[in-house]
Design a binder for this molecule. Sequence first.
Ligand SMILES: *Cc1c(COP(=O)(O)O)cnc(C)c1O
Length: 393
Amino acid sequence: MDFGTICRVRPTLLPFSPPSIGDEEIDEVAATLRQEWLTTGPRTAMFEAGVARRVGAEAALAVNSGTAAMQVALAAAGVGPGDEVITTTMTFCATAHVAHHAGARPVIVDVEPDTLNIDPAAVRRALSARTRAIIPVHLHGHPAEMDAILDLARDRGIVVIEDAAHALPATYRSRTVGSVGPLCAFSFYATKNLTTGEGGMLTGDAELVERARPWTRHGIDRDRQAAAGKKDSWWYDVVLPGFKCNMSDIMAAIGLRQLDKLDAFHARRRAIAQRYSDAFASVPQLQVPVERPHVTSAWHIYALRLHLERLHIDRGMFIEELRQRHISASVHFIPLHRMRFYREVYGLKPDAFPVAERETDRLVSLPLHPLLTDQDVADVIDASLDVARTFAR
Ligand SMILES: *Cc1c(COP(=O)(O)O)cnc(C)c1O
């Protein structure tokens, strides 16, 4: 045995994506709790304005999840029964669930081989007279091909709602995601690039975003109070059957201080992704993620792909070998067409998804977050190289 090749195993398990919360967020939450206003209020308004400014959007609407941002976007766009919503198989289930809950039919399509983002050619093939919305997902933080998708939607009365849960702060052709298409949904879930614990934001055209606003609070329209000439503070009207998914000022307090750090977080994610790619680019068992020349990725997920024909082990065993070296890894995502609900209710078959079928079983997401130290990054690299070499064929 060649003991020289045994890699150092770090003493503790490296977590996959812990939140990066500091005293700034804690102090802002404490200040909020000492005041009288806890629900949607001044801090939510400031957070909306801050996100709108950062992404260059006309308007922003804070909600309690990224899922809710997509749900109210569909509602505001009038998507409902009889309509079809085209989205990608390489996503989290929420992206298609929102279409189902709107009463529409989710139409799931295949992806491009390099980015694993929704394939505009597959979207074109899936268009029908019933298509009312397209939900591209900026997978792992790399923007989907928005120009091609917006071209398909234009003149057909189709609304494009971006699932940008991974994509703060990505850019597409020099524009920040959030101001590229008409409506864009961000998630501030605990693991995302910016967190409010749970939370989300819809950004985009002012007219569409404002149409979504009453959908976040039961369809209550207090502005109509003035319009209707009612002065009584207790009076309100319900103008549509809204949901209940507004953001509280406690969540917005976290978001405001996270937003201050977003660019530093992103720079760190970028630098770590670069170190990973430099270390893995020439390893025959590994394939590194791409960044197309006209985009900058938000680097939410670093998705390595395994060349399984050059390994004795499968993806599951690769992740287990990393875990034994105290490195947590994960998978983003198991495609929707493999999920029982979508198979059974929407009749999805693997042969309709040749690219996703070929790529999904070789995906491994490595830890990527701003708290990683240079030593942590070196540990991830050492462990990955050790597993690749130990099980090389
Ligand atoms: C996290 C995530 C969502 C859902 O966001 P929530 O804020 O948890 O509702 C939607 N789509 C993708 C691709 C995600 O990763």
